[in-house]
Design a protein around this ligand. Structure first.
Ligand code: KDG
Length: 316
């Protein structure tokens, strides 16, 4: 059955879990992370075919990334570049909480993504093309790849979903704004946080209701505002839907947004109503923050049920 295709960079993720200090011989945990592949893993765990398009270095970290994603059941379309390294990310903790993420990704293999890397058949055969605002921030090539993929999806009638995911360490607000706004206007479903919506719309301080309506007004048929511990607020066809979430024990908040998107898309692909998409998104977000790592806590369908989640309502 047709699934979800996504395009983006996945990096080796080096975590300093204990004191968080970068000292010689500090014990570190090696993993992988990237917003788009986090979503792909979430979908695969929920039984939805997921394909990740990228580039990795022809190095040990690239092999790690590919192995992890394949091990999670994600279809990987990522050539190994002999001339550019796999990107890396360093996650520091203090008192058990992640505090700071530093990127080592300038000139990485994925920053050399281009339109030719976008597999036409994979996109045309998908139910959904999912993109984030991170990929166009990586450089001209990745930006062109994203635009090309969106055009291809639209011409093939493939649903386009877009998570604004503004990364201030990759590009400035001024540079990002027109690009993010363009992608919002071309998406069928857009996900954003309040600050991101303010940036895209140029309306600092606007109320959440205005922000979500504004995003929908830019052209996305459905806009979803992620409002953290209060759940999600959606706007479609002039109708607002708020689905609250039950408070979760937070061990590591990174990846909550990606988990939400994975849960939402799994229901979207299954043709379920908007409220179900929001509900499952919330449930996945609540579960992923309960364990360390960006995606490790993503649930299977069975785990969702065990956690008391019923997709069509009746949660505990
Ligand atoms: O959404 C979580 C991501 O921020 C993380 O996995 C790293 O993709 C990432 C990025 O570029 O920030």
């Amino acid at each position: 059955s047709p699934g979800v295709v996504t395009i983006g960079e996945t990096m080796a993720l080096v975590t300093l879990p204990s004191s968080g200090r970068v000292t010689a011989a500090a014990p570190v945990v090696l993993g992988v992370g990237g917003a788009e592949s986090n979503v792909a893993i979430g979908l695969a765990r929920l039984g939805v075919p997921a394909t990740w398009v990228s580039r990795v270095g022809d190095d040990a970290l690239g092999a790690l990334v590919v192995r992890e994603l394949r091990g999670e059941g994600v279809t990987v379309l990522a050539p190994r570049d002999p001339d550019a390294p796999t990107g890396m990310m360093l996650k520091e903790h203090r008192n058990g909480r992640p505090t700071r993420v530093r990127y080592y990704r300038g000139g990485s293999a994925a920053s050399l993504l281009g339109p030719a890397d976008v597999d036409r058949a994979a996109v045309a055969g998908a139910a959904v093309l999912h993109l984030t605002g991170i990929t166009p921030a990586l450089g001209d090539g990745p930006r062109a790849a994203v635009r090309h993929a969106v055009d291809l999806a639209r011409s093939e009638g493939v649903t386009v979903t877009f998570d604004v995911n503004h990364r201030k360490t990759l590009w400035s607000d001024e540079e990002a704004r027109p690009v993010l706004a363009e992608l919002v206007s071309k998406a069928d479903v857009v996900f954003a946080g309040a600050e991101e919506a303010e940036l895209v719309l140029g309306t600092p301080g606007a109320a959440e209701e205005e922000l979500v309506a504004g995003l929908a007004g830019l052209g996305a048929g459905t806009a979803v505002l992620k409002i953290g511990e209060r759940g999600a607020l959606a706007h479609r066809d002039g109708v607002r839907t708020h689905v609250p979430t039950t408070p979760a024990a937070v061990v590591d908040p990174v990846g909550a947004g990606d988990a939400f998107v994975a849960g939402f898309l799994a229901e979207l692909v299954a043709g379920r109503p908007l409220e179900t998409c929001l509900r499952t998104g919330n449930a996945c977000g609540g579960l992923v923050v309960g364990v360390p790592g960006d995606w490790e806590g993503l649930p299977t369908r069975a785990e969702l049920t065990e956690a008391g989640h019923a997709p069509d309502g009746g949660d505990v």
